[in-house]
Design a protein around this ligand. Structure first.
Ligand code: NAD
Length: 501
């Protein structure tokens, strides 16, 4: 992409339709994790910037909430077209700030965002409730679905553009206004998305971006009295803190948190499909994916062949410059995060076997955040590599004997975001989809998502749904209107108070 510092010279805050510099007093940097080179240092948001952004969102709320669903849909349709036109710029910026392979940015992040935008352009016109009816013979009841108000959203660094889209689109489609805080590491594409939305006709103040750290900007957004809902995607630990803070002002809270997805391979599965699915599902986005395949439970007859197949396939993965279209695996987000991933693997050597990977690729410069695809076997079910979210290119494989055992192990986790089951037997597939406790269960695949279907976790993976019309449940509040049909002054139910008078 062009020079980032020049491109974003207006500042990392987007308030009431204008870019500006933050006033928090701290500087944050966008760093290319493939080289360690700082692309941009910006003035971060502090409480005053959050206050200004919330004030802009509040001022824009009556006008935007008063637009018709069709008008909102029209703006989102124009935004989808603009995003499609600017797809190359978005993909380049996403790869620059995250280090994700350009093939992923161009083939998944950007088209997924365009499709989401097009989906919500239509879905804006599909807000539904129960049929109006005389549930009491004396009254007509109907449901109004109204915007919640000003939404304060906080997003992580792993899919910055998609996370911004998942937060912004259902909120504005339903008539809310929003202040989004992207990760301080990756604000670029959120700023570009907000600019594109304004160019597409979204009135100033409907979407605002505050770029800064969690403690300085995020907590102020969560506790702000004029914010009526907090929508958070990130780690379970920070999600807990956010929920506690939001409780003080009784905000509606939507939490999309961590994951530790099981990948259950039954003995009748297509082995080649399972091996390819496991490697792709574990390495997508460098394994920095909340739904990534992390725990492969493989039924004993296939276990050895699966482990050998995964190790062989991992060895063929091309690690390199994320801008090169031939690169399969780019760097992780930072060297600090890479070191955290490596520390999990080093500790695992004490109780398990590192079959392949477990190292920085030879010749990697100290400032580059690369890590090799890693397969671990022999770990106990209660060990940390099986139970904790590593968020890197690390897959753990464990054998199982009976179907009962495989499914019980899959469910033996604090997380419940996503899972997959691999089998050619329709009854086994049906049982796995019923019994696995997760917000999504894939059968004979792992990772794909679609705009029409909900994404969201169970257990410590959070609650609430992104994408799909289900997200309107999050971003609207339901009002029951009950209208008297009798036109009599003394209603029949008054006898409970007036005893026949
Ligand atoms: P994180 O929890 O460290 O940070 C997420 C966001 O919260 C960032 O914007 C950060 O600045 C902000 N934040 C940090 N401390 C805060 C505080 N005290 N108050 C308010 N905001 C605060 O997560 P991360 O490292 O950016 O992202 C990785 C995590 O996100 C993983 O756990 C991953 O599973 C999860 N994730 C979940 C989903 C999902 O849909 N469930 C999607 C993507 C990522």
């Amino acid at each position: 992409m062009t020079d980032v510092a020049e491109e974003f010279a207006g500042g990392a805050q987007f308030v009431a339709g204008e870019r500006r510099a933050g006033t928090g007093g701290d500087a944050c940097s966008v760093v290319d994790p493939a080289t360690g080179r700082t692309l941009w240092t910006y003035a971060a948001a502090g409480p005053q910037d959050v206050d200004d952004a919330v004030a802009a969102a509040r001022a824009a709320l009556p006008g935007w909430a008063g637009t018709s669903p069709g008008e909102r849909g029209e703006v989102l349709r124009a935004l989808a077209d603009l995003l499609r036109d600017r797809a190359g710029e978005f993909a380049a910026a996403e790869t620059a700030q995250c280090g994700k392979p350009i093939r992923l940015s161009t083939g998944f992040d950007v088209p997924g965002t365009v499709d989401n935008t097009a989906f919500f352009a239509g879905a804006a016109r599909m807000l539904e409730g129960r049929a109006a009816a005389e549930y009491s013979p004396d009254h007509t009841s109907y449901v109004r679905r109204e915007p919640v108000g000003v939404v304060g959203s906080i997003a992580p660094w792993n899919y910055p553009l998609q996370m911004a889209a998942w937060k912004i689109l259902p909120a504005v489609a339903a008539g809310n206004t929003i202040v989004l805080k992207p990760s301080e590491l990756t604000p670029l594409t959120s700023l570009m998305f907000a600019r594109a939305a304004t160019d597409a006709g979204l009135p100033p103040g409907v979407v605002n971006i505050v770029s800064g750290t969690g403690p300085a900007a995020g907590e102020h957004l969560v506790t702000h009295p004029d914010v009526t809902m907090t929508s958070f995607t990130g780690s379970t630990a920070v999600g807990r803190r956010v929920a506690e803070l939001a409780a003080r002002t009784v905000k509606r809270v939507h939490l999309e948190l961590g994951g530790k997805a099981p990948f259950v391979v039954f003995d009748d599965a297509d082995l080649e499909a399972a091996v390819h699915g496991a490697v792709a599902g574990a390495l997508v986005n460098g394994g920095q994916d909340c739904t990534a395949a992390t725990r492969a439970y493989v039924q004993r007859p296939l276990y050895d062949a699966f482990v050998a197949g995964v190790a062989d396939l991992m060895a063929t993965v091309r690690i390199g410059d994320p801008r090169d279209p031939d690169t399969d695996l780019g760097p992780l987000i930072t060297t600090a995060h890479r070191d955290r991933v490596a520390a999990f693997v080093e500790r695992a050597r004490g109780y398990a076997t590192v079959v392949t990977g477990g190292a920085v690729p030879d010749g990697t410069p100290a400032a580059a955040a690369y890590y090799r695809p890693t397969l671990i076997t022999g770990a106990a079910q209660d060990s940390e590599v099986v139970q904790r979210e590593i968020f890197g290119p690390v897959l753990v494989a464990l054998p199982f004997d009976s179907d009962d055992e495989g499914l019980a192990s899959a469910n033996d986790s604090g997380y419940g975001l996503a899972a997959s089951a691999w089998t050619r037997d329709v009854y086994r597939a049906g049982r796995a989809s019923r019994e696995i406790a997760a917000g999504c269960v894939w059968i004979n695949d792992h990772i794909p998502i679609v705009s029409e279907m909900p994404h969201g976790g169970w257990k410590s993976s959070g609650y609430g749904k992104d994408m799909s019309v289900y997200s309107f449940e999050e971003y609207t509040q339901v009002k029951h209107v009950m209208s008297d049909n009798t036109a009599v002054a003394r209603k029949s139910w008054h006898r409970t108070v007036f005893a026949g008078r």
